[in-house]
Design a protein around this ligand. Structure first.
Ligand code: PMP
Length: 402
């Protein structure tokens, strides 16, 4: 079940870019993926033939744009296994979705919010802000030296005080995949809300929210081959109906009077203001594109690449690979005596694009006593030859820098 890479690559115009006269090797996919023609066409097509503000419009374009926007919601719902499109809230991205949840959950003084050492800042700071507002307490699940969560410590941290478990499914820094189905089940047993940051899961494997058992799940379009500025927050219908709105404005209301306002039904209750209409339509195009590639084949391909990269890089003297052997999407490493920034800058000159630094995971870096790593991350269009170029360029750069 291998991918037709020549065909896939031909769909991404940006992959023809040259850097310093060399072909671009784009291995910064955990930061953002490139966009296939299908998605670019959907964005452009929207502005060329559909553009109008949606909902409440009586004219032809307003109706057509509304229909396309709501069809996009149906596509997302199907992609996630949601029971209804009403459970799909369009957001600006994962950060926006997580902030929304952190602002509507009923959390009180003394409640505990449980996150993990491997969280992205966007699944830390909204909860810290919530704790500051309410007097709730942030608790952190520790990890071992491989970047794997300590499940025993997790069970011990769970109690009737645990109000929320907010956890990333896949670590953007180390590629660790957490056993979230079991963790969600355990958290639900103590009556906690469960919130999943699926920013790094959505690009790599199928998500079935019905099977997961979580209450909320957020991801970003731009990491799943769609544009920036669009994302999804899936929420259980019962919560979207019973919890309060967050942002106020147009579209999220039923009736506004100066004496008081009544709110729209979900998902509109959580979508104040004019949404990113083109983004939603392009996101649906991206998810359809992923479905056509097939998430299983995609995952198998990326798994081959990441294992090849790990094998080749581990031959380099003084290298340390972070994360467990079963990584998903991202491979982080450090080379003794070489600063990650210098390494990233040098291999960029050889055409290889990776990310260096703390990857918005400063507490994780602190846990490992480092300031950052070099991270290569993979997508559908990457090839074995590109992995070889990564390893070659890292070896060359390390020799020059040491
Ligand atoms: N969570 C994780 C695990 C991520 O990798 C990212 C993006 N790097 C985010 C959250 C935030 O996503 P966004 O910047 O698209 O809101």
């Amino acid at each position: 079940m291998s991918l037709d890479l020549a065909r896939i690559r031909a769909e991404f115009p940006i992959l023809a870019t040259e850097v310093n006269g060399r072909p671009l090797v784009y291995l910064d996919n955990a930061a953002t993926t490139q966009k296939p023609r299908r998605v670019l066409d959907a964005s452009r097509g929207y502005y060329e033939s559909l553009n109008a503000n949606i909902h409440r419009g009586t004219h032809h374009l307003a109706r057509a744009a509304t229909a396309a926007h709501e069809e996009a919601r149906v596509t997302v719902a199907r992609h996630l296994g949601a029971t209804s499109p009403d459970e799909v809230i369009f957001t600006a991205g994962t950060t926006d979705g997580l902030n929304l949840v952190a602002n509507i959950l009923p959390v009180h003084e003394g409640d505990e919010i449980l996150i993990s050492t491997l969280e992205h800042h966007s699944n830390i700071v909204p909860w810290q802000l919530l704790c500051e507002r309410t007097g709730a307490v942030l608790k952190v699940i520790p990890c071992d030296d491989a970047g794997v969560l300590d499940q025993e410590a997790f069970r011990q941290l769970l109690s009737e005080r645990t109000r929320v478990l907010a956890i990333g499914w896949v670590s953007n820094a180390f590629g660790t995949v957490h056993p979230i189905v079991e963790m969600i089940a355990a958290a639900r047993q103590v009556g906690a809300f469960t919130v999943i940051d699926a920013a790094q899961a959505a690009p790599h494997f199928a998500i079935d929210v019905a099977a997961l058992g979580a209450d909320f799940l957020a991801f970003s379009g731009h990491k799943t081959y769609a544009p920036t500025g669009i994302g999804v927050l899936w929420g259980r219908r019962e919560w979207l109906e019973s919890l309060p709105p967050w942002r106020g404005g147009g579209e999220m209301i039923k009736e506004v009077r100066f004496e008081g306002t009544t709110y729209n039904d979900p998902p509109f209750k959580y979508e104040a203001g004019t949404p990113n209409i083109e983004g939603a339509i392009a996101l649906a195009a991206a998810l359809e594109w992923i479905q056509e590639i097939g998430l299983e084949a995609l995952h198998a391909h990326e798994d081959d690449l990441i294992r090849r990269a790990a094998t080749q890089l581990s031959a380099i003297e003084g290298i340390r690979l972070f994360g467990p052997e079963d990584r998903c999407g991202a491979l982080s490493f450090a080379i003794h005596g070489v600063h990650h920034y210098d390494l990233g800058t040098l291999i960029d000159q050889m055409g290889v694009a990776v990310r260096t630094g703390h990857h918005c995971c400063q507490p994780l870096m602190a846990r490992f006593g480092i300031t950052g790593t070099t991270r290569a991350s993979f997508a559908a269009y990457n090839t074995e030859e590109e992995v070889d170029m990564l390893a070659e360029s890292v070896l060359k750069a390390a020799r020059m820098l040491r």
